[in-house]
Design a protein around this ligand. Structure first.
Ligand SMILES: Cc1cc2nc3c(=O)[nH]c(=O)nc-3n(C[C@H](O)[C@H](O)[C@H](O)COP(=O)(O)OP(=O)(O)OC[C@H]3O[C@@H](n4cnc5c(N)ncnc54)[C@H](O)[C@@H]3O)c2cc1C
Length: 391
């Protein structure tokens, strides 16, 4: 049997959050292990998963700081000028722009491209060993180290284990950390489409009766079409051939974007939000969706994941500078407090809103129409959304 391999930091999950943390520590005098159950080939060239990630300006700055922003191809980045929220057939429009910066709200990039550019960065790091095609389980934590066992039997020991292993995090469970999970009973169908009318860089969230539609502007007259419905209807629409799917999108969008052409593969995601009851424990921290799994309607899961990666790596770098243990409990608690403060208000507000908009009873319909107008004039609610654009 192999001897235990020693590391300073072990990161389980080479998704966008885990990779961002590793990339931020590129120049730290640390020995890092990055583990993922998928193969190295699929980490290097991730398959398209249909997700277009709306990046805030702050996230773009963070990706620049990691040195990965120039690695995106021109056609992968689409500017996001403004966001608009519509309610049913009402002509009322609630608009959001980044008023503090007088700049576009942000940009859209495919999740697969984000994963690819981060992986290129991480692979070039000399302080990180990659364990691909390896599923990790938590093998034990004591005062000296935290250990993980890989599916091939190898055991790695580190001063700190970070779990960035999805919103259904098995390591979180193994560590005995609970999570508030909210199953919305809805599925999100995601597909790229072309349309005859221009989108002017505006992202639209349209809370219509019985369905929610989002259109995220891509390069040219193209958008990412996102339809939220019950699972059965979403699966039926996803299975339509391209021509029938395009007609279905035209019907559901009432031709607001003109004539539609289907592009590429359609993907379905069941909607489950998760919020861990704690983000840290002895020699252990949660990151990304494992800590905060947002409802995708906020377009904030990765933005928060990136924020968390910067906050946690700052604590680790401070400990390194002070020649302290990188799992210093005070540093981990600071990470937890700060990240909770940054994420909890939007997490709670979104879930309440998402529930309200999936409720078709007349009172709920009345409340949301009034709510949208109130939000336009209530500085508190508006500020919450606009402040979240800065995380
Ligand atoms: C339709 C949709 C649209 C979205 N749009 C946006 C948006 O506009 N803006 C935004 O900010 N966010 C958005 N998100 C959210 C965003 O995609 C997620 O928040 C982000 O991908 C989470 O990254 P992660 O690294 O935490 O987890 P994941 O991407 O889930 O990666 C986790 C990794 O861990 C690995 N893993 C899991 N368990 C183990 C194990 N035991 N051992 C080894 N490896 C393991 C997996 O293989 C995987 O590679 C969207 C999500 C969806 C579904």
């Amino acid at each position: 049997m192999d001897a235990v391999r020693d590391y300073d930091l072990i990161v389980v999950g080479a998704g966008p959050a885990g990779q961002s943390l590793v990339a931020r520590l590129a120049h730290a005098p640390l020995k890092i292990a990055l583990i993922d159950k998928t193969s190295q080939a699929s980490l290097a060239a991730p398959a398209d998963d249909g997700r277009e990630i709306a990046l805030t300006q702050h996230s773009i700055e963070r990706l620049r700081a990691l040195g990965v922003w120039p690695s995106f191809r021109d056609e992968e980045i689409s500017p996001l000028i403004r966001a608009e929220v519509l309610d049913g057939a009402s002509s009322f429009v609630l608009g959001f722009a980044d008023r503090s910066r007088k700049a576009p709200l942000g940009a859209l990039a495919p999740n697969a491209a984000i994963r690819r550019v981060l992986f290129e960065r991480v692979r070039a790091q000399t302080n990180c060993d990659l364990y691909a095609s390896a599923e990790a389980v938590l093998a034990g934590v004591d005062a000296q180290s935290a250990r993980v066992r890989l599916s091939d039997g190898r055991v790695l020991a580190g001063k700190l284990v970070v779990a960035a292993d999805t919103r259904f995090s098995a390591l979180r469970q193994a560590q005995g950390i609970g999570a508030y999970m909210l199953d919305f009973g809805r599925t999100m169908l995601v597909a790229r489409i072309a349309h005859s009318r221009p989108h002017a860089g505006v992202a639209t969230e349209w809370f219509d009766h019985g369905q929610t539609i989002a259109m995220l502007p891509l390069t040219g007259k193209r958008s990412s079409f996102i339809l939220t419905l019950d699972a059965k209807s979403a699966a039926e629409i996803a299975a339509l051939d391209d021509a029938a799917f395009a007609r279905e999108v035209e019907r559901r969008t009432q031709r607001r974007w003109g004539a539609i052409t289907a592009e590429g593969v359609r993907h379905c995601y069941p909607l489950v939000a998760a919020y861990a009851s704690r983000f840290v424990a002895r020699r252990f921290a949660l990151l990304g969706d494992a800590a905060v799994g947002m409802h995708p309607v906020t377009a904030h899961g990765f933005n928060f994941g990136l924020r968390g990666a910067f906050a946690l790596s700052s604590e680790i770098l401070n400990a390194v500078r002070r020649k302290q243990d990188i799992a210093d409990p005070a540093g981990l608690r600071r990470y937890e407090r700060g990240h909770r403060r940054a994420t909890l208000p939007l997490f709670a507000a979104t879930n309440a809103l998402a529930r309200l908009y999936s409720d078709e009873r007349p009172l709920a319909r009345l409340v949301r129409g009034a709510g949208l107008r109130a939000m336009a004039f209530a500085p508190g609610a508006r500020t919450l959304v606009e402040a979240s654009l800065r995380h």
